[in-house]
Every structure is written in C-alpha cells, then in structure tokens.
Design a protein around this ligand. Structure first.
Ligand code: 5GP
Ligand code: MN
Length: 332
C-alpha cells in the first residue's frame, strides 16, 4: 500500500467516524472474516463501525464474533440505505468491482464519502479513494493483518480480531494449501495463534459442523459428477429440485466444487448450481496449474475471481448452460 494512502487513512481515522464496512454478495469466510476483523479493530479505535452485507451470510459463519451485529441490505433496504448515507467512510473488502454487491450497488454509487478498497482479486475497478489491491495475497484477511500494521496499530490485534483474520486465511487458502500460501502467511498465522486463536476449534466450526442433509446433498453432487477425460475436465450439477430435496440452506454447497479436482489427472472443474429465485445458474470454477479460470469466467460467464478459483453465472437453463460449457471445453 502506498505511503500517501496510509497517511491519508491515518488522518481519516484520527477522529471518531461512522464507518460502513461492506463484503461482497454471498459473503464467504474471507469476506466475513475481513469485515468483522476490521469492525472489531475500528471499535477499539473508538469509531462507530457497522458491517452491511448485501445478502445473508451462510450459517457456518454465524459463530464469528460480531456476526450478530451484521446488517443485511436485501432484508432491510430502507434502514441500511440510511446507514450508508450517513457513513463518513466506506470500506469495501474482498471484492474490487461494485457490481459484486448486487442491488446495493445503486446505493453505493450515490454516496460521496471516501471509499477504501482492500482486496486480492484480479483487475480492480477504480471506484475507491484509497486502494490496497494485491493479487499476490491468498486472502483479504492476510491483507487486513498488514493494513492494521501499516497504521501502526498491530498491538491492537486481540484474540477476537485474530480469530476473524484466521478464519479468512484458512478458508481462502484451502486450509493453507493453495499456491498463494507463503512462509509469511504461516508466520502471520503463528502470530494469530499466539494471540489466542483456537486453531483446532475454528476449523472444526467451519468444516466439521454440517447437517446430515448437507452430507446427503454432497453425496448427490458426487453422483452427478461428470468427467471429460480428454480435456482433463470435470463438472458437477445441482438443480433446484435436488437442493430442495435435501433442504438446502445457504452454505451447504460451499467447497463441493473442490471434489472435481481431486480426481487424478483433472486440472479444470466447475459446479453449476441452479437458483430458481434469482433465475440463474451460479457457477464456481477451479483449476490446478496455469489454466486461468478468472479469464474463462470473465470471457464466458460474466464473472471473475482468481487464476485458480473463480465464479460466474448463466441466465440459460441448466441443460443449455452445460451444453455451452462442454462446447467451450472442447475448444480449449
Ligand atoms: P466461489 O466459487 O468460491 O464462489 O468463488 C471463487 C472466487 O471467485 C472468489 O474469490 C469469489 O470472490 C470470486 N467470484 C465468485 N463468483 C463471482 C462472480 O460472479 N463474479 C466475480 N467477479 N467474481 C466471483
Ligand atoms: Mn477472498
């Protein structure tokens, strides 16, 4: 982050302010971890922070400290719009283009308060007054740890803040195994554990705390897994009907996409999840090695993300979407 940005932000934070902190729509562990870490940090600096998520966050993140204070824009538009309009400073975390907040974008576009973006995705838009964007990082949470350090406030990181940061590092790194996990990531994590993070309990709460229905849904997803061996590709589909059968709740499909890459020789995988309410197929892409799924998602499915993990969507039916995907794969 540029020194001039740090100094400007130090000045902004030198007097108590109403501050809105915003994760992307359908927030994941990194989005919720980073926004809540910053929330607890700003509270300690005597600001009045509030996290406003565009829509509901998944149940498996509901144990995060402070999650009970999070406002949901799509459930309470009037109230949250008012909070946004009164905010003197806006942080947008774990995304870099305003369309990632869905309908909330219409409100954000009208605000005159300064924006600060902290994010690790490719190709940031330039809506923010101050931008800390770096694709070298595996998570926004690791950047939040740095950000607090840049401000000279490292000593304010306590167990609560550390737990939020740890959560995002853990979830976005695939439990420390994705390529952007560095020695430094582990040194940050070591510090977080020294600050009191329970590194047995947190993974347990995140990954081993599922409902029976979720496991049955995973079973169905695995049975739906198809392989295109000649293109080293696999994909999974889940229709709305299948989600309904297993009483799907938000978060139940998290991580399922990764199974497609666990087959020997497969380097590209996708999961297609029907959402009848939003009339879309939500897609997640994963790759191993050089194949850039961020570019693939941008070019063909109105999405984006990182080289090895990206998402997008399709307005076509499930059948048409799969046909489009298969056609694209055979041309790769
Ligand atoms: P996931 O597949 O886990 O939902 O997302 C993988 C990565 O791609 C995440 O970093 C996420 O923020 C990003 N991503 C997911 N969906 C979209 C999308 O529709 N548009 C863009 N630009 N990025 C996405
Ligand atoms: Mn992230």
């Amino acid at each position: 982050m540029k020194n001039s940005d740090i100094q400007a932000i130090q000045l902004l934070l030198s007097t108590p302010k109403k501050i809105a902190i915003i994760p992307h729509r359908s927030p994941d562990g990194d989005a919720m971890g980073s926004t809540l870490a910053l929330y607890h940090f700003l509270l300690k600096l005597n600001h009045q922070p509030v996290v406003i998520a565009p829509n509901e966050f998944p149940e498996f993140l509901a144990w995060l400290p402070g999650s009970e204070t999070v406002f949901i824009f799509e459930k309470n538009k009037e109230n949250t719009t008012k909070i946004l309009q009164e905010a003197e400073l806006i942080f947008t975390l774990d995304f870099n283009a305003l369309h990632r907040v869905g309908e909330m974008e219409n409100v954000l576009k009208t605000l005159s308060a300064p924006f600060i973006m902290i994010d690790h995705h490719q190709k940031p838009d330039d809506y923010a007054t101050h931008t800390y964007s770096d694709t070298a990082f595996g998570s926004t949470c690791e950047m939040i740890y740095n950000f607090i350090g840049f401000l000279g406030q490292q000593n304010l990181i306590d167990k609560t803040i550390a737990t939020c940061i740890y959560t995002g590092i853990l979830t976005d790194s695939g439990s420390f195994k994705y390529p952007k996990t560095t020695g430094r990531t582990h040194r940050v994590v070591a510090d977080l554990i020294d600050l009191g993070v329970d590194n047995s309990e947190v993974p347990n709460l995140l990954f081993d705390n599922h409902s029976y229905n979720r496991l049955q849904l995973l079973g169905r997803a695995l049975q739906n897994l198809k392989v295109i061996p000649e293109h080293r590709t696999s994909f999974i589909t889940l229709t709305q009907e299948e989600l309904d059968t297993f009483h799907y709740v938000k978060g139940d499909t998290e991580g399922i996409v990764n199974y497609g890459l666990t087959i020997k020789g497969i380097i590209f995988t996708a999961i297609f999840i029907e959402n009848k309410d939003e009339k879309i197929i939500k897609i997640s892409f994963r790759s191993q090695g050089d194949f850039d799924v961020n570019q693939f998602a941008r070019d063909h499915f109105g999405g984006g993300g990182h080289i090895n993990a990206a998402g997008g969507k399709s307005d076509l039916s499930m059948e048409e979407t799969i046909k489009k995907f298969e056609d694209l794969v055979t041309k790769l």
